[in-house]
Design a protein around this ligand. Structure first.
Ligand code: GLV
Ligand code: MG
Length: 318
C-alpha cells in the first residue's frame, strides 16, 4: 500500500485551497464535502471537486474525497457526483462517522454499481472509514472487515471527543484535569489493533492548533510511536513535520536494514544456520527481524536509501 504519512484536509468549497493542495508534498489529499463545507456550499463543492480531480497538475498524492455521513441527505448524491464525474481520478472515499458494517457495505454497493455504469475497474476505489463515535469504536472489527475496499481506519478526534462528552475544546490535546497518562490511549490502541489485525493503515486525525508546530509534533510523535501510519495535516506548515515524524529516522532505518541482512546471513547455511546471533552489542533473532522488517518497509515506502552496508564477519568459528 502507498504510504499515508501526511493526509491533507482540503475544503471542497475552496478552489484556491484545492489549487494549493495539488502542489504540496503530501501522501494523500482529501477533498472535503463534509464538516469543512457549509450546507449551502455543498452542491457547488461537488462541482469544484470533480473539476479539480479531472485537472492536470497533481503530483503523486492519493486523491480522496470525504463525503457526508449516511445520517444526512447528501451521501448518495456526493458519491454519485464524484464517481460519475471523476471516478478514474479518485483513489478512495473517506466515509465519516461510521457506526457499523452496514454503512460501509452500502457505500461498497453504490461504488460497485457506479464502477459498472461508468466502465471503471471494479473494486479499485477504496474506502476509508472514519471512527468518530463510541458506536463506531465498539463495532470497529466489523467495520474493518465489511468490504475488501477498506484500506485504512481513520480517527476523528473532534467528533469522537464530542460523542463521548470528553471535557475539552482543544482537539489533540489532553483534557484539563487528566494529568496522568494519555486520555486517548484506549481509543488509539483499539483503532491500531483493528487496523493491524486486518492489514489496514491506521491514520490519526487533525491537530487543530495550526500555529503551534510543537504541539503538532508532540501529538504526532505520540501516535507515530504507537505504530500509526500517518496523520491529517490542515496547513502547509504541518506537512514536512508529518512526513518526517511518520518516516523512520535515518539511523533507525539503517539499523533495520542491517538487522535484516545480518539475520538473513546468519540463518543461512553459509552463515552457520544460527537462529540467534549477536549484532554489535545486541542479540537478534526472528522477532528482531520482524520488528526490523516493519521499520525497513516504512523506510522503503518513504523512498529512503540506506547509508550503511552489512559486511559478513570473516571468522565464523566463534
Ligand atoms: C475529524 O473529522 C474530526 O472529527 O476530528
Ligand atoms: Mg469529524
Amino acid at each position: 500500500m502507498k504510504p499515508r504519512r501526511s493526509v491533507l484536509a482540503c475544503p471542497g468549497s475552496s478552489v484556491k485551497m484545492i489549487a494549493k493542495a495539488k502542489t504540496l508534498p503530501v501522501d494523500e489529499v482529501f477533498l472535503d464535502l463534509e464538516d469543512a463545507v457549509a450546507p449551502a456550499a455543498k452542491v457547488q463543492a461537488r462541482a469544484n471537486i470533480v473539476a479539480a480531480l479531472n485537472d492536470s497538475g497533481w503530483g503523486t498524492q492519493l486523491r480522496v474525497v470525504r463525503v457526508n455521513d449516511w445520517s444526512t441527505e447528501w451521501t448518495y448524491a456526493d458519491v454519485i457526483a464524484v464517481v460519475e464525474g471523476a471516478g478514474a481520478a479518485l483513489d478512495a472515499i473517506l466515509l465519516p462517522k461510521v457506526t457499523d458494517a452496514g454503512q460501509v457495505r452500502a457505500l461498497d454497493l453504490l461504488l460497485t454499481q457506479l464502477e459498472k455504469t461508468c466502465g471503471l475497474e471494479l473494486g479499485r476505489i477504496g474506502i476509508e472509514p472514519q471512527i468518530e463515535n463510541a458506536v463506531g469504536l465498539r463495532n470497529i472489527d466489523e467495520i474493518a472487515t465489511a468490504s475488501p475496499r477498506v484500506q485504512t481506519l481513520v480517527f476523528g478526534p473532534a467528533d469522537f471527543m464530542a460523542s463521548i462528552n470528553m471535557r475539552t475544546l482543544v482537539v489533540g490535546e489532553q483534557p484539563e484535569g487528566y494529568d496522568f497518562g494519555d486520555a486517548y490511549h484506549h481509543i488509539l490502541m483499539t483503532i491500531l489493533l483493528a487496523a493491524r489485525a486486518n492489514g489496514l493503515q491506521a491514520i490519526d486525525g487533525p491537530y487543530l492548533q495550526v500555529r503551534d508546530p510543537e504541539g503538532f509534533r508532540r501529538a504526532a510523535c505520540r501516535t507515530a510511536a504507537l505504530g500509526f501510519d500517518g496523520k491529517w495535516v490542515l496547513h502547509p506548515s504541518q506537512v514536512d513535520l508529518a512526513n518526517e515524524i511518520f518516516s523512520p529516522r535515518q539511523a533507525e532505518y539503517d539499523r533495520a536494514e542491517e538487522i535484516l541482512d545480518a539475520y538473513a546471513y546468519h540463518t543461512s547455511v553459509a552463515g552457520g544456520a544460527r537462529g540467534a546471533v549477536m549484532l554489535g552489542e545486541e542479540m537478534i533473532d526472528e522477532a528482531s527481524a520482524k520488528m526490523a522488517q516493519v521499520v525497513a518497509d516504512k523506510g522503503r515506502a518513504a523512498g529512503m536509501t540506506r547509508t550503511t552496508r552489512f559486511t559478513p564477519p570473516r571468522n565464523e568459528s566463534e
